[in-house]
Unconditional design. Structure first.
Length: 113
């Protein structure tokens, strides 16, 4: 099983980025897919999740700014991030969970103020 995350980078505050995470060797459509964020010295925190049926949930800090979506035909989950703030800076990880869970390698997002 492999989850390959991409799309991170450096962006100015107020800007946008879209992260992608493509999975292989799993029945992608059956998995709950999530994005987590980690900054040095803090625990990894849930940013957004999307269930197999499309139900979504978001951390309060990103509601109204981030959108999680999935394309089961491409085995890919996306995180559209708008109105980025410096506090959104961190390493973003994707996770797939059904019975077991699998993590991607992380992609760095840096928001400059």
């Amino acid at each position: 099983v492999q989850l390959q995350a991409s799309g991170g980078g450096l962006v100015q505050a107020g800007g946008s980025l879209t992260l992608s995470c493509t999975a292989s060797r799993i029945i992608f459509s059956a998995y709950t897919m999530s994005w987590y964020r980690q900054v040095p010295g803090k625990q990894r925190e849930l940013v957004a999740a999307i269930q197999s049926g499309g139900t979504t949930e978001y951390a309060d800090s990103v509601k109204g700014r981030f959108t999680i979506s999935r394309d089961n035909t491409k085995n890919t989950v996306y995180l559209q991030m708008n109105s980025l703030k410096s506090e959104d800076t961190g390493v973003y990880y994707c996770k797939g969970r059904r019975i077991l869970e699998y993590w991607g390698q992380g992609t760095q997002v840096t928001v400059s103020s």
